[in-house]
Design a protein around this ligand. Sequence first.
Ligand code: PHE
Length: 459
Amino acid sequence: MTSKAQQWSSQRAFILAVTGAAVGLGNIWRFPYMTGENGGSAFLLLYILFVLILGLPVMMAEIMVGRAGRAGPMQSLMNMARENGASPQWRHIATLGAVTLFLILSFYGVVSGWSLAYIGKSISGDFAGQPPNVIGGIFGQFLENVPLLLICHLIFMVLTMAVVARGVTQGLERLNNLLMPLLYLLLLLLAGYAVTTPGFGEAMKWLFLPNPEAITWKATLDAMGHAFFTLAIGACALMAYGAYMPPEQSLPKAVIAVAILDVGVALLSGIAIFSVVFSHGMEPAGGPGLMFVTLPIAFSDITGGTWLSAAFFVLLLLATWTSSINLAEPMVAMLIDKGWRRGQAAFAVGVAVWAMGVLSALSFNVLSDVFPLQALGGIFAGKTVFDLVSSIPPDIFLPLGGLLIAIFATRVMPASDGRAALGGGEAFYRRWRKITVMISAPLVALVLFVSLLKLWGVF
Ligand code: PHE
């Protein structure tokens, strides 16, 4: 198969590739609005806790399986199950993953398209010197502009699938090398600006002062889902990247580095966004529009803001690009394993995801009062297509997939393979296994089970 020929050129390249997959809308757009909707510091605390005790071990498990399997996710799972006398049905972890990635990429492409439009709006000076309510209004009008939404979405999907069609490793390495340092620089600048705003103190309190009374089952489920989402785990996406990892590299170090970089981006963008929110008396629970309203407000306040704003949305676009390539790659790799040519597979996946995404784009206008799964009640009630695909797959499917991957990596994959794929020595492998079996897997199962029953009003 083609993907076997590909390999990351170094440990650094692997870390950058996984960081590129991890850092994206999840950190800069989704993290702030989830935090805003779930009581600030309560959510932040749960999220960091879940990154540490669920995210790190499951991320290792997922990459280990790909690394040991050396093929697309489905093939890797099936080969390993067969070789070890387990049922080939384990391959359906990859089926669940593909469905999850399909749904996630469908809304991801739409929101990434928004940043494309916002590059244009920044350059043409739409935000310059405007008061916050006008900048808020611009976002509202933008969501009503159906042709523009659809064009931006289409362009973004074409950009994504064009890279996937050519093979992932080569194109990505160079892009990631440049992107991450620049993105950090700009976020540091924004956070620096935030310190000078009147709302900074309140933002810090809201983000970091513990408020245990805001810890609800919804916040817990959201935080767990977001920990998986932001690290890009639970859907076999990183499994596909693990297959391109050269044998001599250390996985634990890479995973820890990625998690630190990833959480760092989220914190910086949270600080910048909530400082603006509190400086202007805005609502923290501003929903999906939060970032698209607050950051232009910040930029309109900074000298040279027009260009900084354009630069920020370019970087955001690049960050979402590397993530969406990662979202698409496993689906394409699965088709390649079934005998498709890469180009054909990329085209087919692209068209299907695009079509689904159109429903998300229309959820903000023509379909804004269509709630397709209303009849199911509970977490499905009152949700548009966009609301559904942006909450159910990240919050439920990713943790579920992560749980299955953790079970597979500790039960089906033999210890000798696991040890080799993890690459941190015998003692580290034992500790990883113990934490995964005793803490991570049971905790995911517990949170999923209890919070779903709770949200359905069973008790
Ligand atoms: N981690 C990406 C982000 O934060 C999203 C993602 C989820 C990518 C799952 C791949 C797999 O934007």
